[in-house]
Structures are given as structure tokens and as C-alpha cells.
Design a protein around this ligand. Structure first.
Ligand code: AGP
Length: 605
């Protein structure tokens, strides 16, 4: 959570920081601030609430200078407020710091620093950092930062500037992402690439423990001991446009519409009709030895995992257990060297998922990650990584990351099936060809936009909406329900069709809205019965079906989606359900891309 940007060069740092923070606001938006070296001192301006509030404050009282750091915050320690927002400074105001992450030993450090005479203005864990750096400062800010971070436990990405050395910007990280951008006579730091993409496409991806010293003329990298290190420049391949809305009203809508492209990119070079499936570096022989698979993930990625389980078990006949990452490591999972753990994370920085992976590795498992962010912590810490090529996902509500995760899991299931010989050539060929043509099927599903937009007008005033499904449709319904509650704040639950009469049916009364997903011909008659059960009790039902399953004539409305075989159906059936959630939230006038209380990437446990 939280976004960091920093600049050193010859232009006005404040403008560049604000521009970067605007692109990072999805990382956190309960307060924002900048610290800029201006007229021989560090001037700090911060404000509670959206970035706009900070901009208004800066307009009234501008700060100009060529060195600065900025931050947009999602609160963890200390309520959202001006005083708790970053940057934080040393008591004399000579050192300013922006921080992402959590300092776990901040209470001990705080007591120690107080004993030495420091006073604290905020309730944050971060404030110990500038005091600590100041304590170690003997005329060399780099050395002081190096000594200070050696005392920190927890996770951090830091940008640091000092009044006494206005020709330097120091950056370092541990378990929280940070990159260094390279310009001509100017350099940058940022927690995410989109923040500086309008300035440069050449970046260093800092590794855990590394420190960077940025000057106008160059960047020097060091390991945690202070030894100089070299690393390759990473060339960003996606365009600045990819990180912008491109004419759509919201990132979420843009990202829903990007799904055919995102799926095609994810499959490209990995799936062809007449060659074996390629799963990047994963060894086909190695993969056969695993007797058990755990999928570990959170939120939407967890929902993708539920569908991955069905695909892997049906196609490759290996038992799969899908675990919420936040629960996994506290449940004593049965892991050994014959266990494969698949960690799924769009951001690659989700703390719970990382913790689950670490436990799995300690127990001897082989860890495969599926992530969207190159160089993310999840990818660095796994044995092998499979990247989804969704491109940057800005909307907090995940859409294209989900469908590219599904495409990756289907590919994995086919790769495993091919290596284990669990499918006939004809079966393999059918399923490959269906996945190969998935981008076109998603285009078809997107054509339902006007229909679901109209439907959204009928249901957006509801307080509760229930979803039903069976098999993979149940998992799709869970994801659809999560999308709805995330952005429209409507209370929503999902039930497996067969479970209704074991309790939840008591909730149904005249006019209750029930959304059913029914794409599997083999169980659609059962789903029809479940729909009938709620219709009889007065529910207004919408059924998302296909040509083969649309017979649920009892429904108040049937949305007919493209036909897909049951195991691959979720990748298309989620699309109109994402659109439905989007338009319900539009009708309610809510902030689609930045829903309340949520942040894009949950980097704390
Ligand atoms: C999805 O819409 C959510 N915002 C959230 O559930 C998300 O999927 C979850 O936090 C996991 O994130 P990750 O994929 O980046 O690990």
C-alpha cells in the first residue's frame, strides 16, 4: 500500500512529484504529502484526504526546488490525518523520509529514541526512521541511512533527503517494492513504474537490502553492507498510455475491455494448436513428481485458484487444495518436497501470499508463482514464475488480472496433463483450441454490455443481492459478488445452489434479488430447480446462462452468454458479471477505481 515518488534534477521537483503521485493514487488515498529542498531548507506540505487537497494547498503556498520526495498514504499505524501523513522529518527538520511498509519494532525504537531526547509528532511507525537516521548522521546521509535501516525490522521502501546534502536522494527497500528511474541529468524513485513512466522507461529494480544514491548525474547502487553493486537496466515495455484511461470513464471499464488483448498476450508463444504447451521455465519432468498441489492466494486471485483447482483435477488428475493465504500458514499445511505450491498474486506484493510462500519453501515445497508484476517480491522469492501479461492494473477492483490468472491456470493444467498423459490427443486438442479462441469469445461476452447496463438500473437500489452457482459457476459467482460489494457497497453473499435449503433460503422474500450463474449443461437442471425455489418465494432472479442452459425460464431475466465447455466457461462468464457490478456502482455514483477502505495491493498482514 502507499505510493512513493522522488526526484532529483534541474526541473521543479514539486510538479514531478505531484504528477507521479497522481498516477499512484490507487496505492493509497487517505492523505498525501511532499518534501522539497527549497531556499536552503526542506519544506514539507501535506494534507489529509485525496491528492487534490494537497494540490490546492500547494497552489496557495507553492514550493519550488530541484530535489524532493512525495507520498500517498493508506493508513496502517495512526489514523488518516495531516500529522500522520508522510513525509516525516527529524526534529530539526533537516532529514525527510517517505516510507511504504510497516516497521515492526517501532515501539522499541521509539522508546529508545525518546530516552535520547526525541519527541514524536505522529502516531506512525514511520516517524522513528528520520529520528534514527538523524541519530547516526555524521555528515554522510548514505552512511546514516545504511546504519538506520540495519536497525529496522519489518518491511520498508524508503526515500530520504537531507538539508545538508541537497545533491543526493537516497533510496532503499526490504520486502516492499521500489524502483529507480534513470533520466538525463535527472533521476527518480518510485514504488511503481506508472509513477515515472512519462519521464523514463529505463529503471533499476532494487533488490531487498539494496541502497541507491541518486544525484542529478547518475545513480550508484550498493548492497546492505555498503559495497557497490551493478545491475542491468530493466526496459519497461508497456506504454504510458497503458497506464492511463484511454478515453474510458474509469480504469475498471478500460481494464474489462482490455481482457481479449490481455488473454491473447498471456497465451502468446505458450499455446499453439500443434505444439506442446510451453509453461515458460517450468520443467515438464520435474512437475510430474508432485503428488499434491496447494494454491495459495487472496481475494480475486483466490477465486481464480478455485477454478484452477477444477481445471487441474479434471485435466491432470492431481489433487489440489485452494487456501486463503491469510489462513494457510496458521493451519499447519501438510507440505513436503513432493508438494507444489502455486502462489497467485496480481501485484506480487501481497503480504499474506508472500508469507504463505515462505512457509511452503521452508517446508521443502517447490513454489511456482503466477503474477502480473515483473520483478515483484512474489516472483523473486519463488522457484519459478509465470507472468500474466495483463499490463498494469490500476483499478482496485481486479478484472483483467483475474481472467489472465485463469488463462495461466488453464495453461498449467494442460501442460501438466500433457506431461502426465492424462488426456487423449483429441481431448487435448479440443481444449487447446477452445482456449486459443478465448479472446474472441470474450469479445462476444463484451457485447452484452448494453443489456447488463439496463439490468443494473433495476437492481442498484437493493441493499442485499445474492448469487448462486454450482461447480465452477459457484466460484464465478463468488468473484462476481466480490466485485459488486467492493465497488457498490451492496451487501452480497454467494451460495452453492444445493446449499440454499440448508439455511440461506430463509433470507429470500418478495423482491429479493438473486443472480444465478448456470453454464454447465450437466448440472443446469439442478440449477433450474434452485432458481425455482427462490422464484417461488418471490425473488427477482437474473440468470447468466448460455444457449444450452438458458432453459431456466423461471428467471425474471436470462442473459445468454457465449457457449463454452464447462471447465473454461468462467473466463467468459465473469465478463458480463464484472460489467454488471461496474454499472450498479455507476448508478450509485460511487468512486469506481478507488473504493472506500480498499487499496490495490495489501502489503500488510
Ligand atoms: C480484487 O478486486 C481485490 N481488490 C483483492 O481481492 C485482490 O485480488 C487481493 O487483495 C489480492 O491481490 P493480489 O492479486 O495483488 O495478491
Amino acid at each position: 500500500m502507499c505510493g512513493i515518488v522522488g526526484y532529483i534534477g534541474n526541473r521543479n521537483a514539486t510538479d514531478i512529484l505531484i504528477d507521479g503521485l497522481t498516477k499512484l493514487e490507487y496505492r493509497g488515498y487517505d492523505s498525501a504529502g511532499v518534501a522539497v529542498f527549497s531556499n536552503s531548507e526542506i519544506k514539507v506540505c501535506k494534507e489529509k484526504g485525496r491528492l487534490l487537497n494537497l494540490c490546492e494547498k500547494l497552489e496557495k503556498d507553492p514550493i519550488t526546488g530541484n530535489l524532493g520526495i512525495g507520498h500517498t498514504r493508506w493508513a496502517t499505524h495512526g489514523a488518516p490525518s495531516e500529522v500522520n501523513s508522510h513525509p516525516h522529518t527529524s526534529m530539526d527538520g533537516k532529514i525527510a523520509v517517505v516510507h511504504n511498509g510497516i516497521i515492526e519494532n517501532f515501539e522499541q525504537l521509539r522508546s529508545m529514541l525518546k530516552e535520547k531526547g526525541c519527541y514524536f509528532k505522529s502516531e506512525t511507525d514511520t516517524e522513528v526512521i528520520p529520528h534514527l537516521i538523524n541519530m547516526y548522521y555524521e555528515g554522510d546521509i548514505f552512511n546514516a541511512v545504511k546504519k538506520a535501516v540495519a536497525q529496522l525490522e519489518g518491511s520498508f521502501a524508503l526515500g530520504v533527503i537531507s538539508k545538508d546534502e541537497p545533491d543526493k536522494l537516497i533510496a532503499t527497500r526490504k520486502q516492499s517494492p521500489l524502483i529507480v528511474g534513470l533520466g538525463k541529468d535527472e533521476n527518480y524513485i518510485a514504488s511503481d513504474i506508472p509513477a515515472i513512466l512519462s519521464e523514463t522507461k529505463d529503471v533499476y529494480l532494487l533488490d531487498d537490502g539494496e541502497l541507491a544514491v541518486l544525484t542529478r548525474d547518475g545513480v550508484t547502487l550498493y548492497d546492505s553492507e555498503g559495497n557497490e553493486v551493478t545491475k542491468e537496466i530493466y526496459k519497461v515495455t508497456f506504454s504510458e498510455n497503458a497506464a492511463q484511461k484511454e478515453g474510458y470513464d474509469h480504469f475498471m471499464l478500460k481494464e474489462i475491455h482490455e481482457q481479449p488483448r490481455a488473454i491473447a498476450d498471456t497465451l502468446r508463444g505458450r499455446l499453439s494448436l500443434d505444439l506442446p504447451v510451453k509453461f515458460d521455465d517450468l520443467d515438464g519432468e520435474l512437475i510430474k513428481k508432485f503428488k499434491k498441489i496447494y494454491i495459495v492466494a487472496c481475494g480475486t486471485a483466490y477465486h481464480a485458484g478455485l477454478i484452477g483447482k477444477t481445471a487441474i483435477e479434471r485435466l491432470a488428475k492431481v489433487p489440489v487444495s485452494v487456501e486463503l493465504a491469510s489462513e494457510f500458514r496458521y493451519n499447519n499445511p501438510l507440505i513436503d518436497s513432493e508438494t507444489l505450491v502455486i502462489a497467485i498474486s496480481q501485484s506480487g506484493e501481497t503480504a499474506d501470499t508472500l508469507a504463505g510462500m515462505r512457509l511452503a519453501k521452508e517446508c521443502g515445497a517447490y513454489v511456482l508463482s503466477i503474477t502480473n508484476v515483473v520483478g515483484s517480491s512474489v516472483s523473486r522469492e519463488s522457484d519459478t514464475t509465470f507472468y500474466t501479461y495483463a499490463g498494469p492494473e490500476i483499478s482496485v477492483a481486479s478484472t483483467k488480472a483475474y481472467t489472465t490468472q485463469l488463462a495461466s491456470l488453464y495453461l498449467f493444467a494442460m501442460f501438466l496433463a500433457e506431461n502426465k498423459g492424462t488426456l487423449t490427443d483429441a481431448e487435448l486438442s479440443d481444449i487447446k483450441s477452445e482456449l486459443y479462441n478465448m479472446p474472441q469469445a470474450i469479445e462476444e461476452a463484451l457485447k452484452l454490455e448494453d443489456e447488463v447496463k439496463e439490468l443494473s438500473k433495476k437492481i442498484y437500489k437493493e441493499q442485499d443481492i445474492y448469487y448462486l452457482g454450482r461447480g465452477v459457476d459457484y466460484a464465478v459467482a463468488m468473484e462476481a459478488s466480490l466485485k459488486l460489494k467492493e465497488i457498490s457497497y451492496i451487501h452480497s453473499e454467494t451460495y452453492a445452489g444445493g446449499e440454499l435449503k440448508h439455511g440461506p433460503i430463509a433470507l429470500i422474500e418478495d423482491g429479493t434479488v438473486v443472480i444465478a450463474v448456470s453454464t454447465d449443461k450437466s448440472i443446469s437442471a439442478k440449477m433450474d430447480s434452485n432458481i425455482k425455489e427462490v422464484v417461488t418465494r418471490g425473488a427477482y432472479t437474473i440468470c447468466f446462462a448460455n444457449e444450452e442452459t438458458k432453459a431456466s425460464h423461471e428467471s425474471s431475466h436470462v442473459v445468454v452468454m457465449p457457449n463454452r465447455s464447462s471447465v473454461l466457461a468462467p473466463i467468459t462468464s465473469i465478463v458480463p458479471l464484472q460489467l454488471l457490478a461496474y454499472y450498479v456502482a455507476i448508478n450509485k455514483g460511487y468512486d469506481i477505481d478507488k473504493p472506500r477502505n480498499l487499496a490495490k495491493s495489501v502489503t500488510v498482514e
